[in-house]
Design a protein around this ligand. Structure first.
Ligand SMILES: [Zn+2]
Length: 125
């Protein structure tokens, strides 16, 4: 029985009603000063590439369909490339994609990214 209950956690999907509600919240969040600040940093949360604010899109770290919420802790500014990758890759492939960037990053000076990562950690539950 343990096995089956774990499986159901893994396959959790949100109800269409709650996805609709969270999408509405995301729309509202897009209009906030907070979101404007995220976008005006001009950096993709995932690949850290400098990206013009108008090309950054709102991405849910935990997708809405996986019961992710439209909260500051779960919403990040992502470039279109990363946003598309995230949509089409399996979660395990997506993790590998992110690992590539962190491997790259470890050879660079880290202080550039410090502000953003710390801010994000604070925002998480
Ligand atoms: Zn990116």
């Amino acid at each position: 029985m343990e096995f089956y209950s774990n499986m159901s956690v893994f396959l959790v999907t949100a109800s269409p009603e709650s996805v609709r509600r969270e999408k509405e919240k995301a729309r509202a969040l897009r209009k906030t000063q907070w979101w404007q600040r995220q976008v005006s940093k001009g950096i993709c949360y995932y690949c850290r590439k400098p990206t013009p604010p108008e090309e950054l899109t709102m991405d849910h770290v935990i997708p809405l369909i996986r019961d992710g919420k439209s909260t500051k802790g779960n919403v990040v500014a992502a470039c279109k490339t990363c946003n598309n990758q995230k949509k089409y890759l399996l979660p395990i492939e997506w993790e590998a994609y992110l690992r590539d960037f962190s491997a790259e990053e470890s050879t660079k000076e880290k202080y550039n990214w410090k502000d953003q990562s710390e801010g994000n950690r604070d925002g998480r539950m």
